[in-house]
Design a protein around this ligand. Structure first.
Ligand SMILES: [Zn+2]
Length: 531
């Protein structure tokens, strides 16, 4: 049986078998009358028909003033830039949880020891940094004897972190790596940089790494080299950089993917010509990298709540609305990165959709609200949620709508991704375009390069159809000047109303969302895909 036919049958049955024969217009009118009368009463909820328009009164709940009020709190200096795993990110999480409670949403986070569900979902993190005391690079260069019977020439050097090089990309554990060395050559357009697993790779910092490119495109990353050694020529002072820590999600121990900049003195010892364009092995060279790590274990929270769907048949199908509430904290000079647009704006957008849904009729499918932390540190909270869904047993996420930055740039346009050129293109997109149109804003498809840079990527990797709303980069992006007074809250209100319309239509539509990969869109839509 095709998926479409199954869904039509279900809708027919749950409407007493009458709505198709009596005509959809009449049914719609009846539903609007009944559901309007039923609001606030304890009667079994009416199931809106698939094409029910969003209730106008509910759309009016979403206002620029309220959006600005939420952003003014979240982006105040008091919240110190909502950095991941800080008391201030906890404060933001509690604010969101309080809104869920106030609007009567069902908790969708961790089940606590007393059996009660919570609005918070805790996830474990580690802050790791390379330890300059114990991090060294040892180099052995053994040149064969020039004459028969002569002795090979052996030169060694030990480079120390902080004195001779800086290091990025440590894992969660101290380790030692030894192996051979490959020179990638100065890259040319015809020959991008090599990325070989199992060896140390020396390459030009300007060279695009195929591995990192593939990662940015969302592909499974190939195995990294033992370490990437960049050369920059003379004039680079390795003692100037500071030791940088990074946060990692503690799902499993994270392997190191180290990158360091070679000191100029090492180039002579290793004997490669930086202008050489030909990749080649350096068989006379052997390296050992000792990676010392300092580590602190931490945690942060996602915030989750939901409204169960009104159709018993579809209530376990969940449309999840998401936004990250964390930002990047405080600058070294003490100025706060308030992150009003990024992403107090999307966080506030979710709060307004929450209020609108709470005050109106329940759509057929379940709608869940998910605010995640750790986005700025590498989409950590959403990855945890996607891998450890805390919704009740049997609930399935069938679509995700994400808002990350919605209050800047063109007042009458918003960017959506995936476009129809993107492999994750799906049936949510057409609903999203219609929702934007209804609010008088243009949906632009110029943001595919950001698709894997926001939380919805973690749902897309699970095969879940996603759409991401994004206003685009601006001069205050990731600067201390991303403040509430720069925000266009009339625009944010239009985008938020469009998102409400979208969620409403997705949660009532006969068919659940599905990915429309290129091959699939070319098939006859009347035939439909199999279930
Ligand atoms: Zn950001």
């Amino acid at each position: 049986m095709t998926f479409i036919r199954a869904s039509v049958l279900r809708s027919f049955m749950f409407n007493g078998g009458s709505w198709r024969s009596s005509g959809q217009g009449a049914l719609l009118a009846a539903w609007v009358a009944v559901s309007s009368a039923a609001w606030g009463q304890e009667a079994a909820p009416e199931v809106p028909p698939p094409d029910a328009p969003p209730p106008a009164a509910v759309l009016h709940e979403i206002t620029a003033r309220e959006l600005k009020a939420h952003v003014a709190f979240l982006a105040s200096d008091l919240l110190k830039g909502r950095d991941t795993a800080t008391p201030e990110s906890r404060l933001a999480a509690e604010y969101l949880a309080a809104q869920l409670l106030g609007h009567g949403a069902t908790p969708g986070g961790d089940v606590l020891e007393d059996g009660q569900a919570s609005y918070l979902q805790k996830f474990p993190l580690a802050r790791v940094a390379p330890d300059p005391e114990t991090t060294t690079l040892e180099v052995i260069v053994e040149t064969p004897a020039e004459e028969e019977g002569g002795q090979p020439v052996r030169k060694t050097a030990t480079y120390r972190m902080g004195r001779d090089f800086q290091l990025l990309g440590v894992g969660t554990q101290t380790e030692t790596r030894s192996g051979a060395v490959v020179f990638a050559g100065r890259p040319t357009e015809a020959a991008p940089a090599v990325d070989e697993a199992g060896v140390f790779v020396i390459r030009d910092p300007s060279a695009p790494s195929r591995r990192l490119q593939r990662q940015a495109e969302g592909a499974d990353a190939p195995k990294p080299p033992l370490a990437t050694l960049l050369y920059r020529g003379a004039g680079f002072d390795p003692s100037q950089g500071r030791v940088r820590s990074s946060l990692t999600l503690l799902e499993a121990e994270r392997p190191a993917d180290p990158t360091l900049i070679l000191p100029e003195s090492a180039r002579e010892l290793l004997g490669f010509d930086p202008n050489d364009t030909t990749p080649r092995a350096l068989p006379q060279v052997q390296m050992t990298l000792n990676l010392g790590v300092t580590r602190e274990d931490l945690f942060d929270h996602n915030v989750v709540g939901f409204f169960p769907g009104s159709d018993p048949e579809r209530t376990r199908e969940v449309i999840i609305l998401s936004a990250h509430y964390d930002h990047i904290g405080v600058a070294p000079n003490g100025e706060v990165f308030n992150g009003a647009d990024d992403n107090a704006s999307g966080t506030a957008g979710l709060l307004e959709v929450l209020e609108a849904l709470a005050s109106g009729p329940r759509p057929a499918r379940t709608v869940a609200f998910l605010w995640v932390s750790g986005e700025e540190k590498g989409l950590l909270g959403s990855r945890w949620f996607a891998n450890h869904v805390s919704l009740p047993e049997g609930y399935e996420i069938v679509g995700n709508v994400n808002m990350d930055m919605i209050s800047r740039n063109d007042p009458l346009a918003i960017s959506l991704t995936p476009s129809d050129k993107h492999p994750s293109h799906n049936t949510i997109v057409a609903h999203a375009v219609a929702a934007c149109q209804a609010e008088g804003i243009e949906a632009r498809f110029d943001a595919d390069q950001y698709f894997f840079r926001t939380d919805s990527a973690n749902f897309a990797r699970k095969g879940i159809p996603v759409v991401f709303f994004f206003c685009g980069i601006h001069p205050d992006y990731h600067r201390v000047s991303d403040d509430v007074d720069k925000g266009d809250f009339d625009k944010a209100a239009k985008v938020t109303r469009a998102v409400y319309r979208l969620v409403w239509s997705l949660a009532n539509a006969t068919d659940r969302p599905r990915v429309t990969a290129e091959a699939e869109t070319k098939t006859d839509p009347n035939i439909g895909s199999t279930d």
